[in-house]
Design a protein around this ligand. Structure first.
Ligand code: NDP
Length: 280
């Protein structure tokens, strides 16, 4: 039976490190958070980010802009935050209204204040193994893997899902650890080849958003399983992996909820402190 890889205890440990780093910095870092329009989901994220920030001694500066804000106006607002010396990091809450293209506006956040780690300059640094600010979800996955103490050198790692925020940057981070990385995606599934990749994975990371996509009995004996997926089924939150069957075969497995999720906001705060250090 697999050991549970829970995010919360690990997040608590990392928060202590963040607090120590903030003390060493000698300032209260400021995170500017921008929400455009009304959205219950985004408001919930804002609440949890603001609570996490407060507990760490971080100032959470919340800006709520009108739903009719144009792309040009939002870019102007971002530029103002970029030049505000009191602001150390900027996060734009999702989803954005239809008139605003996130990919376009996010390029305007200065790389030094990009606490989500998605600026092309920060993504590019991952390729060179020099990134200090990492995309939050891949960073959370790396922390969970690290907590197992298992050396990734030469391991067969299979990532399912090739999104820009999870699968692609995660593949680069795993290459830095000398893992043998396979990235499976919709093309793999359509070619009928997903199963063969799942079966060989010594480390399986799934980030798709389809409940039950990964049949638990396909998981390799002793594999580490990280389930990033979040799906609502019959009012319950579940991942992409059939948990009950998978936990019988895996050596470690993340629960959903309670695995990757609790760590991502902590990674955001860690990025903010890294950003503040770089600005100093
Ligand atoms: P995206 O929708 O951007 O990416 C999903 C990926 O899965 C794409 O690469 C897609 O390929 C691929 N895919 C779709 N169907 C299949 C299939 N049948 N077989 C193989 N691959 C498939 O999602 P995100 O990366 O943003 O998020 C993935 C999941 O992780 C979601 O459930 C999301 O809620 C969750 N998530 C959880 C976080 C956390 O903190 N725990 C943080 C971020 C995300 P293509 O696009 O080509 O169709």
């Amino acid at each position: 039976m697999a050991k549970l890889l829970e995010g919360k205890p690990l997040a608590e440990k990392i928060k202590e490190e963040i607090k120590a780093q903030i003390q060493a910095l000698g300032i209260k870092p400021v995170l500017a958070s921008v929400l455009v329009g009304e959205n219950a989901g985004a408001e919930a994220y804002v609440k949890s980010q603001s609570k996490a920030a407060e507990n760490l001694g971080i100032v959470y500066q919340f800006h709520k802009l009108d739903a009719a804000t144009t792309e040009v106006a939002l870019i102007e607002f971002i530029k103002k935050l970029n030049s505000d010396k009191n602001v150390n990091g900027i996060i734009i809450q999702m989803p954005l209204p239809a008139q605003i293209d996130y990919k376009k506006i996010s390029q305007f956040i200065s790389a030094e204040k990009d606490v989500e780690g998605m600026h092309p300059a920060n993504i590019g640094k991952i390729v060179f193994g020099k990134a200090k600010i990492l995309p939050c979800t891949p960073a959370a996955v790396m922390e969970l893997l690290n907590s197992t103490g298992v050396d990734l050198y030469g391991k067969e790692v299979v990532i399912v899902g090739h999104s820009e925020i999870v699968g692609k940057p995660l593949a680069l981070l795993l290459l830095e650890k000398f893992a043998t990385v396979t990235v499976a995606h919709i093309g793999t599934s359509k070619a009928g080849k997903l199963e063969e990749h799942i079966k060989k994975a010594e480390v399986l990371i799934v980030a798709v958003g389809k409940a039950g996509l990964i049949k638990g009995d396909l998981v390799k004996e002793g594999a580490i399983v990280i389930d990033v997926g979040i799906n609502r089924v019959d009012g319950k939150i579940v991942g992409d992996v059939e948990f009950e069957a998978a936990e019988k075969k895996a050596s470690y497995i993340t629960p959903v909820p309670g695995g990757v999720g609790p760590l991502t906001v902590t990674m955001l705060m860690r990025n903010l402190v890294e950003a503040a250090k770089l600005q100093k």
